[in-house]
Design a protein around this ligand. Sequence first.
Ligand SMILES: *[C@@H]1O[C@H](CO)[C@@H](O)[C@H](O)[C@H]1NC(C)=O
Ligand SMILES: *[C@@H]1O[C@H](CO)[C@@H](O)[C@H](O)[C@H]1NC(C)=O
Ligand SMILES: *[C@@H]1O[C@H](CO)[C@@H](O)[C@H](O)[C@H]1NC(C)=O
Ligand SMILES: *[C@@H]1O[C@H](CO)[C@@H](O)[C@H](O)[C@H]1NC(C)=O
Ligand SMILES: *[C@@H]1O[C@H](CO)[C@@H](O)[C@H](O)[C@H]1NC(C)=O
Ligand SMILES: *[C@@H]1O[C@H](CO)[C@@H](O)[C@H](O)[C@H]1NC(C)=O
Ligand SMILES: *[C@@H]1O[C@H](CO)[C@@H](O)[C@H](O)[C@H]1NC(C)=O
Ligand SMILES: *[C@@H]1O[C@H](CO)[C@@H](O)[C@H](O)[C@H]1NC(C)=O
Ligand SMILES: *[C@@H]1O[C@H](CO)[C@@H](O)[C@H](O)[C@H]1NC(C)=O
Ligand SMILES: *[C@@H]1O[C@H](CO)[C@@H](O)[C@H](O)[C@H]1NC(C)=O
Ligand SMILES: [Cu+2]
Length: 638
Amino acid sequence: MVFIHRLFLLCSCFLVAACLATYDGPGQYNYGVNARLRLRKRQYTQSFIVSSLPRIDGKPQLRVELRDLEKDEDKWNLYLLALSWMQYTDQESPFSWYQIAGIHGAPGLTWADVEPVPGSENTGYCTHVSILFPTWHRPYMALYEQTLYNIVQFIATLYPSDQLERIQKAADAFRMPYWDWAAAPPEGDSVLPLSVGGSPNVEVSGPNGVQVISNPLFSYTFKPFNSSTFPDAPYNTWNETKRAPHPETDPGALSNDSFVALALDNHLPSYQQRLYNLFANYPDYTNFSNEAWIPFGDPGTLDSIESLHDSVHTTGGGGWGHLAIIAYSAFDPLFFLHHANVDRIFAMWQVIHNGSYVVPTPAVYGSHTTSAGDIQDVDTPLTPFFSNETSFWTSDMARDHEVFGYTYAEVVNKNRTEVITAINRLYTTYSPVNMSINSSHTLSSRAGTTARDHRLAPDHSGPLKTKAARWNRHTSTHPPMDAVFIDNTYREWIANVQVNKHAMNTSFSIQIFLGEAPSDSSSWPMAKNLIGTLGVFANNGPHGGMQQGKVTGAIPLTSALMSAISGGEVASLRAGDMEPFLSTYLDLRVSLLDGTVVDATEVEGLRVSIVSSSVTAPTSDDKLAKWGAVETHFDLFA
Ligand SMILES: *[C@@H]1O[C@H](CO)[C@@H](O)[C@H](O)[C@H]1NC(C)=O
Ligand SMILES: *[C@@H]1O[C@H](CO)[C@@H](O)[C@H](O)[C@H]1NC(C)=O
Ligand SMILES: *[C@@H]1O[C@H](CO)[C@@H](O)[C@H](O)[C@H]1NC(C)=O
Ligand SMILES: *[C@@H]1O[C@H](CO)[C@@H](O)[C@H](O)[C@H]1NC(C)=O
Ligand SMILES: *[C@@H]1O[C@H](CO)[C@@H](O)[C@H](O)[C@H]1NC(C)=O
Ligand SMILES: *[C@@H]1O[C@H](CO)[C@@H](O)[C@H](O)[C@H]1NC(C)=O
Ligand SMILES: *[C@@H]1O[C@H](CO)[C@@H](O)[C@H](O)[C@H]1NC(C)=O
Ligand SMILES: *[C@@H]1O[C@H](CO)[C@@H](O)[C@H](O)[C@H]1NC(C)=O
Ligand SMILES: *[C@@H]1O[C@H](CO)[C@@H](O)[C@H](O)[C@H]1NC(C)=O
Ligand SMILES: *[C@@H]1O[C@H](CO)[C@@H](O)[C@H](O)[C@H]1NC(C)=O
Ligand SMILES: [Cu+2]
């Protein structure tokens, strides 16, 4: 590897490209002649070094949820303008959307002269199925945030003088937002925010007034597209990122974000249960962090933040969309919103389980600068993210996210108890835990949350206006307490999945239905009787010797079973009732992302087993559910 002093003068490529491009027709904000003159006089520098964003009064600033950022008009406008600017920045610039996204996977570019190891010339830098999964993405998000932040500072200076002070204040506090795909969305909204999927164009108020630009959250358009970026069809014909593209393989395919919105809403109970279980029952970092199969591992900890994150990728891609393929995913604007949330979850988990962290572990797959089998530990360089002119960030250095100058409301100055309270409030909508806490609370202490009581059934009446399905999806009545609890304990049911990551030479989905799956596989993501999907996030094309890499994940069954109890289909969550019920009604299906159904027997390494644990639910929201030993009941597929 070559280490050189790097400070980029961006006035030539970055700025001129960005402002001259305003002549190139619609899509980009027109900052006006005055701004262009002022821009030309300035020198803008950005270094390859990922450093802390300036604190304000010594305090790191908050990354907020996308919908909250939207309510802050100045920051929202600056955000849209900066995203758009980055997307229109010349692809030759290392700080263009193209190159920052390109760090992750395709096209396997070399960033900041951080050279590949032999054999990894076409591989991105990202680390998956690795102990470094959460920590590598942390400086990656920080680099992206720093790039946006610098652009935001620049745009702020272009505002008319009577607005300068106000805008500068917003700009200083600017941090990238996250997208919480596990929290119940506000009344009437979908999990997929309208600002992301609602329209290819967006109105933005900037230094030169209100204008309509192409929505930088809807898609990224290559400028220009080089078909060798993504070697395989149909990606080599698409000049912009797509979600749920239709017709699927057509060069002129259009995104269908309504499809993605409905699918995400239908998966919300599953994501939320998975997340809650990760907080409550995964005190060990190795188990929590990544999806690598651990031989003879505990059957209660087969899920991971990586595996849950994979499922959001495949559902968010809506079939063949870019988000669903590892190497292409980072180009979709949703990627950074998704990963900021993963980082937030990691930060929350760290407060609760702060003693456990990265331990030396062999890499299952190689990356641009590492080979399979390399031992990765707290000092492994997180390439290509420089911490100073000669060294890279490491997991050790990135352990406390505040070193980057950002934080999250759920963790800032919060102790363990406060983080747990936030988790109980946000992520128990579909869980017996909610019943348990509620039943021991006076209603008055819950005032203010009753607005959500109306969302009892899914409403698929229109695109992007969907309401999230609640755990009692088929009925509006709660199951009786005694069908769920004995004292404060209930039985949590889970389908454990293990499979070869590259079994299909592309990403694929493992679905479990209660009762028979609908005949039309393209409707599976939004089927009412779908319990959950394990999305296996992979790359296109064969993976040679790496094919054997086995990954694991979990599909929680409990919330769907509570619905079945409410609907009178089964008497209780207890093993005596559930075992015969589950062995009769669970339906396992595997499909490729385009809906092609695959016989489970053709999926290398697939094994699905049904396990349960007796869980003690908290009676107040300052404690997490406590899991007992996990019992294996039967194999759904082996
Ligand atoms: C497209 O990318 C390939 C590989 O990086 C490169 O060899 C080729 O020159 C590029 N084509 C254009 C038109 O830029
Ligand atoms: C992108 O591809 C579509 C479909 O082939 C085409 O109509 C459009 O003009 C292209 N856009 C750009 C910016 O190249
Ligand atoms: C988009 O997906 C939704 C949900 O499946 C479907 O109802 C709608 O017809 C699709 N729209 C287009 C244009 O294909
Ligand atoms: C994972 O979790 C299990 C059960 O909690 C524990 O026994 C094991 O030590 C953890 N770590 C690894 C690397 O398996
Ligand atoms: C973990 O938390 C304990 C108690 O709150 C604290 O003393 C310790 O410094 C923390 N450790 C780390 C690595 O943050
Ligand atoms: C860069 O950081 C490393 C690790 O923190 C440190 O050992 C080294 O002295 C630093 N180099 C410079 C030039 O500051
Ligand atoms: C956590 O913080 C809250 C609010 O500041 C405080 O009431 C509580 O005593 C703290 N708990 C612990 C264990 O420090
Ligand atoms: C229970 O679910 C409701 C509805 O999502 C939520 O408002 C509440 O915060 C959850 N948690 C508790 C502890 O009540
Ligand atoms: C718990 O209470 C909250 C607030 O009153 C309510 O929104 C929620 O529906 C209740 N959940 C259950 C499972 O009863
Ligand atoms: C994946 O690719 C390998 C290597 O080309 C091939 O042997 C295998 O049959 C392929 N698997 C599937 C399911 O297509
Ligand atoms: Cu990802």
